[in-house]
Design a protein around this ligand. Structure first.
Ligand SMILES: Cc1ncc(COP(=O)(O)O)c(C=O)c1O
Length: 386
C-alpha cells in the first residue's frame, strides 16, 4: 500500500480499537427539532439551534431576499470587495447587544478564534486558558506561538497562581475561557477572572458561542446573574442560537480596527454570503423583541435537570456524564431506540474517562417529551455524578 494510505489506515485502526472512530451521518433537519436519520424520525437533543431560528420564517425570508437580490456568495475577502453593506448593520447590532464600542464579523467562530488570539499575543506573550476551553481557542492560542498554560476548569485560584508564576517573563498576557462551556454547560466566573486580569495586566477573552441569545437576557454570559462583567474581548458565533453562520468579536474601537487590519483569518478569507448576514440580523431582531421566548431553552433544560436530579442547568446544555466511550455510545443507542437523538461525546472533545451524552434544549422542545427523556435517563442510564 502507498505509505500515505497505510498511514491513514493505521490511524483509523487505532481509533477503532479505542472506540473513538467518528462518522458523518446524513441528517435531515426540516423543522429544527425533529430530524431524520437512517430512515428514522428522532427528536434531537443535539442541535445548537437553541431558539430554532434556523427555521424561523422571518430569518428565512430575510436570507432568501438577500440571496435573490445579491447572489449566493460574496466573491472576495472583506478587505477586497466582499464587504457587503449588511456587515455594518450586523456589527452595529452585535456591539449594541454586548454593550461594546465596536464589533467585527469573521467567517465562523473557529476562524474568529484562530484569527483574534495571534493578533494580541506573539511569541513573547502568555496565554492562561481554562483546561476545557473550546478546541478553537486552543488552535488560536497555538497559532500565536506564545506560552500557553492551562488552569483547572473554572479554578480562579489556580489561574492566579499561574499568573503569579509566569506573568513577569512576558510582554502581554491573555486569560482565555468559554463563557458557557460547550461540553459542560456551566458558566465561567467572568467577574472574578476580570478582577484577576486587572490585577496582573492580563486581558480577558470570553467565547460566548453558547451564550448569545439564550443566557443573560439574550446578551450572553457577561450579563448572566445580577452583575455585568465588562469583558473587554467578547467573542462568539452566529451559528448557534442565531441560527445562521459566522463568528464575531465585540471590543473597543481600536481593538476592532486592529483586527480588521491584522487578523489573518479575516484578511485572507472570503466574506460571508450576504444571505447569511441578513439572516443573522433578522435573528437578532427576534432575540431582542421576544425575551420570554429567548428564556425558554434554559427554562426547559432546568425542568429536565430537576426531573433527573442533576444540578440545576444554567444554560441550554446539560451533560449526562457516563465515563467510558463504549458505555456512552450504548446510552446514545438506547435513546435512539426511544426516538431521541443525543450524541455521545468522547475524547478528545472531552477529557479521557468523561465520555458523556451532551443534551441541548431548545425553545420548542415539547414538555412531555422532556419528561419522557428524563424518566428514561433516570431509570435506564447509569449516570456518573461528578
Ligand atoms: C465554544 C465554541 N467556540 C467556538 C465554536 C466554533 O464556532 P463555529 O461553529 O461558528 O466555527 C464552537 C462550536 O462550534 C464552540 O462550541
Amino acid at each position: 500500500m502507498h505509505s500515505l494510505d497505510a498511514f491513514a489506515q493505521d490511524k483509523l485502526d487505532a481509533l477503532d480499537r479505542h472506540h473513538l472512530r467518528r462518522s458523518l451521518t446524513e441528517t435531515l433537519r426540516e423543522d429544527g427539532i425533529w430530524v431524520e436519520r437512517n430512515g428514522r424520525r428522532l427528536l434531537s437533543f443535539s442541535c445548537n439551534d437553541y431558539l430554532n431560528l434556523t427555521q424561523h420564517p422571518a430569518v428565512k425570508a430575510a436570507a432568501a431576499e438577500a440571496l435573490a437580490t445579491y447572489g449566493a456568495g460574496s466573491g472576495a475577502s472583506r478587505l477586497v470587495t466582499g464587504n457587503h453593506p449588511l456587515y455594518a448593520a450586523l456589527e452595529a447590532r452585535l456591539a449594541a447587544i454586548k454593550q461594546a464600542e465596536a464589533a467585527v464579523v469573521f467567517g465562523s467562530g473557529y476562524l474568529a478564534n484562530a484569527g483574534i488570539i495571534p493578533v494580541l499575543i506573539g511569541s513573547d506573550g502568555l496565554i492562561v486558558i481554562d483546561e476545557v476551553a473550546h478546541a478553537c481557542l486552543y488552535a488560536g492560542s497555538q497559532l500565536s506561538r506564545g506560552k500557553i498554560v492551562t488552569f483547572r476548569h473554572n479554578d480562579v485560584a489556580h489561574a492566579r497562581e499561574l499568573l503569579e508564576k509566569h506573568r513577569g517573563g512576558h510582554d502581554h498576557a491573555l486569560i482565555v475561557t468559554d463563557g458557557v462551556f460547550s461540553m459542560d454547560g456551566d458558566l465561567a466566573p467572568l467577574e472574578e477572572l476580570l478582577s484577576l486580569g486587572e490585577a496582573h495586566d492580563a486581558w480577558l477573552m470570553s467565547d460566548d458561542a453558547h451564550g448569545l441569545g439564550v443566557v443573560g437576557g439574550g446578551r450572553g454570559s457577561s450579563f448572566a446573574g445580577n452583575a455585568h462583567a465588562p469583558v473587554p474581548l467578547q467573542m462568539g458565533t452566529l451559528s448557534k442560537a442565531i441560527g445562521a453562520y459566522g463568528g464575531y468579536l465585540c471590543a473597543s474601537a481600536p481593538v476592532i480596527e486592529l483586527m480588521r487590519n491584522r487578523a489573518r483569518t479575516l484578511v485572507y478569507s472570503t466574506g460571508l454570503p450576504p444571505a447569511i448576514i441578513a439572516g443573522a440580523i433578522a435573528a437578532l431582531d427576534v432575540i431582542e423583541h421576544e425575551p420570554d421566548y429567548a428564556a425558554l431553552p434554559v427554562k426547559k433544560a432546568k425542568t429536565f435537570t430537576q426531573a433527573v436530579g442533576l444540578a440545576d442547568a444554567v444554560s441550554p446544555i446539560v451533560p449526562i456524564l457516563i465515563g467510558g466511550e463504549e458505555d456512552a455510545l450504548a446510552a446514545s443507542e438506547l435513546l435512539v431506540e426511544e426516538g431521541f437523538l443525543a450524541a455521545a461525546i468522547r475524547p478528545p472533545t472531552v477529557p479521557a474517562g468523561t465520555a458523556r451524552l451532551r443534551l441541548t434544549f431548545t425553545a420548542r422542545h415539547p414538555d412531555e417529551e422532556i419528561a419522557r427523556l428524563a424518566q428514561i435517563v433516570r431509570e435506564r442510564i447509569v449516570v456518573r455524578h461528578p
